[in-house]
Ligand binder design. Structure first.
Ligand SMILES: CCCCCCCCCCCC(=O)SCCNC(=O)CCNC(=O)[C@H](O)C(C)(C)COP(=O)(O)OP(=O)(O)OC[C@H]1O[C@@H](n2cnc3c(N)ncnc32)[C@H](O)[C@@H]1OP(=O)(O)O
Length: 166
């Protein structure tokens, strides 16, 4: 089903999932949706492989870890936290050298913690991987040394889609 995109979130420079200047990164883009969920687009390259032709399960966990975390950061470029628990269910292999999508949402949130779920979809829409995660909300100063937000956290200017088919 097509979902309207409200806003694209920032990328970072060196992250393995969304690093704009990291050649090994999955190149994720994160789009906040009108229905309250968040979607990611990314490409599985051959260097993300586990078995031949199959994306590494750790990379899939990385995508859903970050995507669920970002689901709680909707509307803000200054909301931070760290993953404290992550549970994965691998249902189908994810091919390498494929353009892929994922979607996530927050399911529970209080002052200190939040939880959410997410899925990676195969090109035909089948759910390949499901995840549930729990995160602790923290100020950036407790997570990273200074300079990240100013130097490594920015919008990529490009021709962004207006909607996404999930
Ligand atoms: C995200 C948007 C970003 C948006 C954009 C970016 C998205 C990035 C997403 C990727 C994120 C990552 O991969 S992050 C990388 C992977 N994760 C990490 O590196 C986290 C490693 N863990 C830690 O650094 C630490 O454990 C902390 C900071 C989480 C907690 O340390 P601490 O504060 O010393 O811990 P502690 O005193 O034991 O606990 C503090 C309070 O939290 C509670 N607590 C601790 N763990 C848990 C838990 N799993 N479930 C419930 N509650 C817990 C304790 O009971 C306690 O409650 P009370 O006694 O106060 O009541």
């Amino acid at each position: 089903m097509k979902q309207k995109i409200k806003r694209k979130q920032n990328n970072s420079a060196r992250c393995i999932v969304c690093g704009d200047q990291n050649k090994a990164s999955l190149g994720c883009r994160f789009y906040e949706l009108e229905n309250g969920e968040i979607a990611a687009t990314f490409r599985s390259e051959d260097w993300h492989q586990s078995y031949p032709g199959r994306m590494h399960g750790g990379m899939a966990a990385g995508v859903l870890d970050e995507l669920i975390g970002r689901a709680a950061a909707q509307g803000s470029d200054d909301f931070w936290g760290v993953t404290v628990e992550l549970h994965m269910k691998y249902k189908k292999p994810i091919p390498t050298e494929a353009d892929l999508k994922a979607v996530a949402r927050v399911t529970k949130k209080n002052r200190k913690l939040f939880e959410g779920t997410g899925e990676i979809l195969l090109p035909d829409g089948t759910v390949a991987v499901e995840a549930w995660g729990k995160y602790m909300i923290l100020p950036l100063s407790k997570i990273s040394d200074g300079g990240f937000a100013e130097e490594e956290w920015y919008q990529i200017e490009e021709d962004d889609p207006k909607e996404i088919d999930l």
